[in-house]
Each structure stands twice: as C-alpha cells, then as structure tokens.
Design a protein around this ligand. Structure first.
Ligand code: GLU
Length: 420
C-alpha cells in the first residue's frame, strides 16, 4: 500500500514522539540522546540467484534500537519501500511496545528492499536464507529474536530458523518467533495481533460507554492483523464490519460483511476488491467511513493533517505500526476521538511471540486457552495502565503509552548505569 505521505520520514516522527515525552517527564539531555539513537545497525548487500539464472543484489537492514530491558525483539518486513530510517523508527517503536506490555525485551526491526509479490517462492527462500546468514552474527535467542512483519510469514520464519540452525549445527527454535506449530511455534501466535487489538477495543469501548455489539467497524488493510481483528470483532463481540481495504482498493457494505467470506474472496482473487454485493471505495475513503471503530492495519503515515479532520470514528485502533502522524494526533484529540496507539493496540503479536520464545526455551508447550488467557490478561492490564496515565496526566493515550514505556526503559538504563 502506497503511503499517502511517503515523503514523511518515520524516524523523524519517532524522534519527535521521544522529545514530547522527554519534555513531559523531565528526562535529562544525555538519556534523551541515548533514547534517540539506535544502539546497533547492520546493513547488508547480498546476491540472490533468480529463477532465470541471473543474480540480483538486494539490500537489507537489521536495527537493534535498545536492549536495556532484555534481548531485542521485532519483525522483518519485505517491501519495496523499506529504508534504513523506516527500520530505525520501527525498531524504536518495538522498544516502546515491549515496554508498554512489560515483557522483558528491547526493540529491533529488520527489512529487505524487495517486491515479494513479484518473486517466486524459490527466490524468496534464497533471499531469506542469505539475509539470515548475513545478519546471523547479531541474532540469536539471547540477543535478537526476529518475527514476521509486512509480507513475511511462518514459512519465512521456518527458513530463518533452519538457516541459523544449520550454521550452529543444532536446532535453535528460539531464534525466531511466528514459526509454525511443527517447529516450536505457539498456539495462538498467528492471530495474536488481531486478537490483542480486539481486546483493547473492547476495554476502551467499556470505558467510553460504547457498545461494540452491532457497532460498525472500518478496516484499512486486510492482512494478518486486519482480517483477524475483523473476525474476532464480528464473531466474539458482535460488531458489523462495514468497510475493508487492501493495497488494491476498498469495499463497503452498510449492513456489514461476513469477514470470513471476504477473506476467502481475497485468498482466491488476491484482493478484497470485487467482493460480491459490495460497493467499491478507495483506500482513503475507508479511513473516512462513517463507522464507530476505525482500524488502520496497513502501513505508516495514513492519517495525516490532510485527512485527520475527516475521520469520523469514535475509536481509532492502530493495528498497523505508525499509521498516524503527530500533527494528526492533535486533531483527533481535539475531535475527542479515542486513539488506541500502535504500541498498545498491536502489541498482542509480540506478546505471544514472547510466550513462544519462553515455550521454546523451556521445551514445554501450552494449550491455546492458556495462551489466549495470558494474552488477554496482558492486554487488559496494559490498557488499564495506559488509561490510568492518560487520565492522571490529562494527555491522550499515545502520549500516555509513551510515558509508561519510556519511563520503564529509562529506569532500566539508569539502574544499569552507563558502561564502563
Ligand atoms: N512485527 C510485529 C510487530 O510489529 C511482531 C514483532 C514480534 O513478534 O517480535 O509488533
């Protein structure tokens, strides 16, 4: 999905967010500088043999933003628009995300500049294995644990696990999360991002006195996070999914879709577009749909100062990372729209990644009900923690989530001290 404001540098946004919070809670200049710099960055250029026998050189990054609270954690994305600054921003957001839900990790992110939609499975496998090999000196279960992100999945994670294990000479399931069950994956990981998002929407709706049952929902992006959130909100909470979109366009139906049928249509045709009985709308129109709940579940920079005023939802739940620009945040706040920020709303994914890693390390696996119960507890607790800070400090939820997260990271930095 093309960014609506592709000229905006997400790392500048990430640094602005740090400054806002540092001013608010009084963080000294030295610590502020630490927070605004990634700890370690690796850029790799590597050749991949294409199906026609030619070779192409790809560029990938892995950024380890901060590891004060534990090993680094964060996904790997494959996308033509990946840039080092985007990966830096995403790695910073992973740091705050792990801190908001209070799991013992720092933050990292990886990305490879490529167009996975135009690559064969064999080409993607060779790209993944070579990229893994190139970054293998800085990943590992105690150092940095990758996971799926945009256009990577459990198959990608299996190749990473296998490549890393082949180099070690023994199987290392804890080096990545988001693996299939047969390789040490966790029950519930596949749907954890969407499920976690549905839990925080439920909690926030309770606080606002809003009924999710029969409430309307618009979702931008119908990948792993968006489609699962749609299923759970419709099936477990009785919401009506009235608008959805993907990179090819959007669809609208006033009395609501059966999200499973839309999913099936997308699986067969490659897009939600053309779903029988739906009105075709644009990606931008999905954001501006009259619906109680809006879920941006695609890429960064979608809600900007240009369209923030046109958002009509009561709750915006950010299943994507970085969909709202800081200038748009202010507009939404003035319009009394409740934003459930990305580092809270999509933290279900990394939370179950943490459970997966813990299970791999113990070699002891939990049933689905236990995973989902623990996930629900983490999400409800984190929502309440954020809501409490927002109420006490009279700030919006994003600032509250950042206050909570950055304070936790700063506490870890301070108590550890600066080496040497
Ligand atoms: N890519 C996901 C995110 O942005 C999951 C990361 C993980 O599980 O480590 O939160």
């Amino acid at each position: 999905m093309a960014n609506t404001e592709s000229s905006i540098n997400p790392f500048e946004t990430a640094k602005q967010q740090i400054d806002i919070v540092a001013d608010l809670i009084g963080i000294n200049d030295g610590t502020r500088e630490v927070l605004k710099h990634p700890k370690r960055e690796l850029t790799v250029n590597f050749p991949v043999r294409m199906d026609d026998g030619s070779y192409r050189v790809f560029t990938g990054h892995r950024v380890q933003y901060n590891m004060a609270r534990g090993p680094c954690k964060g996904g790997i994305r494959y996308h033509p628009q990946v840039s080092l600054d985007e990966v830096r921003a995403l790695a910073a957001w992973m740091t705050w995300k792990c801190a908001v839900v209070n799991i013992p990790y720092g933050g990292a992110k990886g990305g490879v500049i490529c167009d996975p939609k135009h690559m064969s499975k064999g080409e993607l496998e060779r790209l993944t294995r070579r990229y893994t090999s190139e970054i293998s000196s800085i990943i590992g279960p105690e150092m940095d644990i990758p996971a799926p992100d945009v256009y990577t999945d459990s198959q990608t994670m299996s190749w990473i696990m296998d490549t890393y294990s082949m180099q070690k000479g023994y199987s290392v399931p804890g080096v990545v999360t988001g693996k299939p069950l047969s390789l040490g994956g966790s029950e519930g990981r596949g749907e954890a991002t969407g499920r976690g998002c549905a839990y925080v929407i439920r909690e926030s709706a309770k606080d606002l006195g809003l009924r999710v049952k029969n409430g309307t929902v618009a979702i931008q992006g119908f990948g792993n996070a968006g489609s699962v959130a749609a299923n759970i909100l419709a099936e477990e909470q009785g919401a009506k999914i009235v608008a959805v979109s993907d990179s090819k366009g959007g669809i609208y139906k006033a009395d609501g879709f059966n999200p499973r049928a839309v999913e099936e249509h997308k699986r067969k045709t490659g897009s939600v577009v053309g779903f029988p009985g739906a009105k075709a709308i644009s990606n931008e129109e999905v954001l501006e749909t009259q619906a109680d709940i809006l879920i941006p579940a695609a890429l960064e920079n979608q809600i900007t100062k240009k369209n923030a005023d046109k958002i009509r939802a009561k709750i915006v739940a950010e299943a994507a990372n970085g969909p709202t620009l800081p200038e748009a945040d202010t507009v939404l706040f003035q319009k009394k729209i409740t934003v459930l920020p990305d580092i809270l709303a999509n933290a279900g994914g990394v939370t179950v990644s943490y459970f997966e890693w813990a299970q791999d390390i113990q070699g002891f696996f939990w049933p689905l009900a236990e995973v989902n119960n623990r996930l629900e507890r983490v999400m409800v607790q984190s929502y309440n923690d954020v809501h409490k800070v927002a109420t006490e400090r009279k700030v919006h939820n994003r600032t509250a989530a950042y206050v909570l997260a950055i304070q936790r990271v700063v506490d870890a930095i301070r108590i550890r001290g600066i080496y040497p």
